[in-house]
Design a binder for this molecule. Structure first.
Ligand SMILES: Cc1cc2nc3c(=O)[nH]c(=O)nc-3n(C[C@H](O)[C@H](O)[C@H](O)COP(=O)(O)OP(=O)(O)OC[C@H]3O[C@@H](n4cnc5c(N)ncnc54)[C@H](O)[C@@H]3O)c2cc1C
Length: 365
């Protein structure tokens, strides 16, 4: 099932379904929610425009402990104990207090799906049903008492808050995936590649993910992604890119639950959105499980999930402040800052706090 290619044309037969829980989006957030519902007895339907695992949506870097806690280590491709930070005036190697891993997207999705007992349908979600009781897809209407939007930054099921790039608070990221190997997890804070943002090289076994992310949605990253790849002598093949939200949105809206990029759960400054999609997805899945098992009402789940989401607001706002300040630091001073941050005690403190924004321990039983 996970490796099935997406149905197209006439294969996309009409669909009319009424599951107990409808999860729209079968990537990190959606699959995390579905997994938490396994064994609850609820009829769970997951819908995505592509087959599960078919379209990689990121460079797939994550703190190793998150993979371990979620029993996803088989998907790991490479592990890093240091982060190499390049600036125009110097390079520092930061010794991380915890390791970071890159993984294979398809394999990770397969493992997540293995632990679900949900059904899957390939369907493009186009919006809410007119009566508000379900969603419209290119194959028909699906009705469910519990609906999750894990569709990414477009937040397709929201009641329209006018988010449109380039005026919305979105970053943009683009990367290439050439064959090749590398030893180090590296980033570049260098105006040659992007004025506000950073470039990266994430090796993942036999492939390297090289890209540029811009906090400014008006800055086009294609030319400088190619420049960075050329500087690293990497081929510019297998492009993948997307908008990346850098501001929290509401966790629930008009009876719909949002998780992952649809709720703005990607962290500002670092654009790390996988573990936060897991973190909020796991919490939401448990709340919905409580409803499925009759321990609470949908309204209670909405309240509890909304409060949990809101309680993280100040952490996201703090990172956004740093994101805004970083481009203002003159390049020579930046090299000094990068060196100072790299001092062991400070690094342990800063990265400890950073990990605790969405700690792996929260994914345990
Ligand atoms: C270039 C780039 C590199 C990145 N690298 C990293 C990284 O290394 N580490 C990290 O933590 N974060 C990274 N991110 C951020 C990360 O990719 C996102 O935060 C993360 O993917 C969010 O997960 P999600 O499940 O919410 O949404 P997504 O992964 O975007 O998944 C949304 C799902 O919904 C489906 N979908 C969308 N619209 C529809 C529709 N209308 N109908 C049906 N299905 C639909 C999509 O097919 C997809 O399966 C990166 C982002 C970019 C752009």
């Amino acid at each position: 099932m996970p490796t099935r290619v997406t149905k197209r044309g006439e294969e996309r037969t009409p669909l009319s379904d009424e599951p107990d829980v409808l999860i729209c989006g079968a990537s990190f957030a959606g699959l995390a929610v579905a997994r938490e519902l396994a064994g609850s007895g609820a009829d769970v339907l997951v819908a995505d425009r592509y087959a599960i695992g078919e379209r990689q949506t990121s460079a797939c870097g994550i703190p190793t402990e998150w993979l371990r806690r979620l029993d996803l280590m088989e998907a790991e491709r490479q592990r890093f104990e240091t982060l190499v930070v390049h600036t125009p005036h110097g390079t520092s190697r930061w010794q991380l207090p915890w390791t970071f891993s890159t993984f294979d997207y398809r394999e990770l999705c397969r493992l997540l799906w293995r632990d679900c007992d949900a059904r899957f349908e390939a369907a493009t979600v186009t919006g809410r049903a007119r009566d508000g009781q379900g969603v419209e897809t290119d194959r028909g209407t699906i009705r469910a008492p519990l609906i999750v939007d894990a569709l990414g930054w477009r937040r397709v099921l929201a009641s329209g808050d006018g988010y449109q790039p380039p005026s919305a608070p979105l970053s943009r990221g683009l990367e290439v995936h050439p064959d090749g190997e590398g030893e180090d997890l590296e980033i570049w804070i260098d105006r040659r590649y992007v004025r506000a943002g950073y470039g990266w090289s994430f090796p993942a076994g036999e492939e390297v993910r090289v890209g540029v992310g811009s906090f400014d949605p008006r800055f086009h990253v294609r030319a400088t992604t190619e420049l960075l790849a050329a500087d690293l002598d990497r081929d510019t093949v297998r492009y993948q890119g997307n908008w990346i939200p850098h501001k929290l949105r509401r966790g629930t809206d008009d009876g719909i639950f949002f998780a992952g990029d649809s709720a703005g759960h990607c962290l500002p400054l670092t654009a790390e959105g996988i573990r936060t999609a897991f973190y909020f997805g796991v919490f939401l899945g448990r709340e919905l499980r409580g409803v499925a098992e009759g321990r609470q009402t949908r309204e209670e789940a909405e309240r509890r999930y909304g409060s949990f989401h809101d309680a993280h607001g100040w952490k996201f706002r703090s990172l956004l402040l740093v994101q805004k300040a970083l481009p203002l630091v003159p390049p020579r001073l930046l090299a000094v800052v990068v060196k100072v941050v790299g001092v062991r005690h400070f690094l342990d403190w800063a990265f400890g706090h950073y990990l605790r924004i969405a700690p792996p321990s929260s994914s345990g039983p």
